[in-house]
Design a protein. Structure first.
Length: 238
């Protein structure tokens, strides 16, 4: 495939270690971001393979990463705003056996939980809302079979992991961005000493929070003809 990479979202340009803040600029209706997208020219027409293909319930479409090589390290970020308990996926370009085998498929998938906050008036010049995010990567990667059939992966103990991540994020945000945090509490009528109460955490995250799932290509089954790594469908269990 001829390659025209679209690099998307500042979040993915920053190294992702727990303890660091990542910036994400988003429109209000956005809920899906990828690190790159492949666009190619077929018989004079430019064809791209955007992340929306992952959630169109159509296994004849796919998201295809757009960097040189096999796409290791490329990722998908999904706004969930709920606790995730598992995922399902259709690997590769599942439209046909030929497309599936010609292109690369996922062999190992990294899973991270992401959460963060916006604040009152935190809008850029281009009307993007700026979020400060933190990420927690699970130690165990998902081992994906080399098949066009749907595969499901339960994620164990994720409620505790995600709740602890939210608590740590709130505490770090209150320390690292005290002025913004005071604006959030003032806007919601929450006393500083009470922000870690369960009902207040829920309110903060509902109004100003970001909860997401990040999936990262860690290893692949190489395609027989192309290096491009593809995923046809993703479903999330809550």
């Amino acid at each position: 495939m001829k390659r025209y990479a679209w690099m998307i979202a500042a979040l993915f340009s920053v190294s992702s270690a727990w303890g660091e803040w990542h910036d994400l600029e988003m429109k209000l209706n956005e809920s899906l971001w990828v690190s790159s997208v492949l666009s190619e020219t077929i018989r004079g027409t430019i064809v791209s393979y955007p992340p929306e293909n992952l959630f169109d319930s159509d296994t004849s479409t796919a998201w295809v990463e757009g960097v040189e090589g096999y796409g290791r390290g490329e990722s998908v970020l999904i706004l969930t705003n709920r606790i995730v308990s598992g995922i399902s996926m259709v690997n590769g370009f599942a439209k046909s056996e030929g497309l599936y085998n010609n292109n690369s498929r996922i062999k190992e998938l990294g899973v991270s939980f992401v959460c963060g906050l916006n604040a009152p008036g935190l809008v850029t010049e281009n009307d993007y809302y700026l979020y400060f995010l933190k990420e927690n990567t699970l130690e165990e990667r998902l081992s994906v079979e080399d098949t066009r059939e749907k595969q499901s992966f339960p994620l164990y103990d994720t409620e505790r992991i995600q709740e602890e991540l939210i608590l740590e994020m709130l505490e770090d945000f209150s320390r690292d961005y005290p002025d913004l945090f005071k604006m959030i509490l003032s806007d919601l009528g929450i006393e500083n000493a009470e922000y870690l109460e369960a009902e207040n955490i829920k309110l903060i995250m509902e109004i100003y929070g970001f909860i997401g799932l990040k999936l990262t290509v860690e290893d692949v089954y190489p395609g027989s003809r192309y290096e491009d790594t593809c995923i046809s469908e993703i479903e999330i269990d809550y």
